[in-house]
Write a protein that binds this ligand. Structure first.
Ligand code: HEM
Length: 368
């Protein structure tokens, strides 16, 4: 499909490629065909593309099930679990699939941990992986106080936490990435200004823009912030619950009430933002209406794509890094152009995140 000069890329779902990319980077995987590569004595299993795609598919099925099919169980679950029995069975089957895929990987890390504990420490540095202490390792280290003394997390609990972490960390970022690339396709002058910044901050023999390079690219950061403002992947945060009675703007929020925040409305509020429905990264540069915006909410709350406060997104830093890294490298390598007769549309569709109703389709021209 690829030629040196012109690529036509159909971004039907950026979710899976991103999972694949992240998993490859995270696991350092180079294996081809055949699923998992058997671990050596203290080695970490690497996943090939087929195995990563299987996990991507299981996660996506689970996510869509949770987003679209589970709200009925919030009302009188003792009754609805019988009325919607088929639906419940479907959910249980999807959970079983996740367990089939995750538990062997968790067991490999468990076995490695036991070997290390037994040997009094790793005997050799791990060359086949970029992580020495993975997320699963931190979960295996946890000891929960229980009635009969401390206990480790169960496999079910670990699978749940891994599933949450994978979904929270990939679907959100890939959704944001797709919206941002769509804006760059639709706004060639902004894309070209970004490319100018990239060229001015990197040398010609630069293979890849690194994390360090991105720290020196204010326009890149402004584009990411503008993307998160105009197209926050979550139009709401996760549901919160009022811990006590409180009054906000003259209204009583009773203890126990479910509370949420209209993230997208806030970001598109004309009283807060000039021309909120336009994509203007410059607003986040000096003198703009978004200069020095604080997305963590410690100083102000004008936009909160990651939530704010104690339950703020646990992956804010890594999400910003991924977005800056991917956008910079995608624009460095290719010019992203609109396909004649197949224009970019900004209509939204609600999945787990708010995605493009018509997935991005763009012509990619390899830069000289
Ligand atoms: C553009 C990317 C992302 C966006 C827009 C985003 C947004 C959010 C939002 C709105 C919440 C809920 C906050 C609340 O309820 O107040 C959340 C929670 C969370 N996010 Fe993210 N997120 C992103 C990327 C990531 C990444 C990359 C990771 C992990 C590597 C991650 C892990 C989590 C976790 C674990 C939670 C639950 C935190 C808790 O309940 O304590 N997120 N995120």
């Amino acid at each position: 499909m690829a030629t040196d000069t012109s690529w036509l890329l159909l971004l039907v779902a950026l979710v899976l490629p991103l999972v694949v990319l992240l998993a490859r980077r995270g696991a350092g995987g180079k294996g081809k065909g055949g699923g998992r590569i058997p671990p050596g004595p203290l080695a970490v299993p690497r996943l090939d593309e087929a195995a990563v795609r299987a996990i991507g598919a299981a996660q996506r099925d689970w996510l869509l099930f949770v987003a679209r099919k589970t709200s009925v169980f919030a009302f009188y679950p003792a009754v609805t679990k019988h009325i919607f029995r088929g639906r419940l069975q479907m959910g249980l089957a999807l959970r079983r699939r996740q367990k089939e895929l995750f538990v062997p990987l968790i067991n490999d890390r468990r076995q490695r941990k036991n070997q290390i504990n037994h040997a009094g420490g790793p005997s050799a540095p791990e060359k086949d992986t970029t992580f020495e202490h993975s997320y699963v390792d931190t979960l295996l280290d946890i000891s929960l106080p229980d009635t009969d003394g401390d206990r480790a997390l169960t496999d079910d609990e670990i699978v749940n936490l891994c599933s949450e972490f994978l979904n929270a960390g990939t679907d959100t970022t890939s959704t944001a990435l797709q919206w941002i690339m769509a804006e760059l396709v639709k706004n060639p002058s902004i894309q070209s200004k970004l490319h100018d910044e990239i060229k001015s901050k990197t040398s010609d023999d630069h293979d890849e823009i690194t994390e360090e390079d991105t720290h020196n690219m204010p326009y890149l950061k402004a584009i990411i912030l503008e993307g998160l403002r105009k197209h926050p992947p979550g139009h709401f945060v996760l549901a919160h619950k009022a811990a006590e009675d409180m009054e906000v703007g003259g209204y009583l929020i009773p203890k126990g009430a479910t509370v949420n925040f209209m993230v997208a409305e806030m970001n598109r509020d004309e009283r807060e933002w000039e021309k909120p429905m336009e994509f203007i990264p410059e607003r986040f540069l000096a003198g703009g209406d978004g200069e020095d915006v604080d997305v963590t909410g410690s100083r102000e709350i004008r936009m909160m794509p990651f939530g704010v406060g104690r339950r703020i997104c646990a992956g804010l830093g890594v999400a910003m890094l991924h977005l800056e890294y991917f956008v910079a490298n995608l624009v460095k390598e290719f010019e992203w152009k609109e396909v004649a007769g197949d224009e970019v549309e900004f209509a939204e569709k609600q999945e787990f995140t708010t995605v493009m109703a018509k997935p991005l389709r763009a012509q990619l021209v390899k830069r000289a």
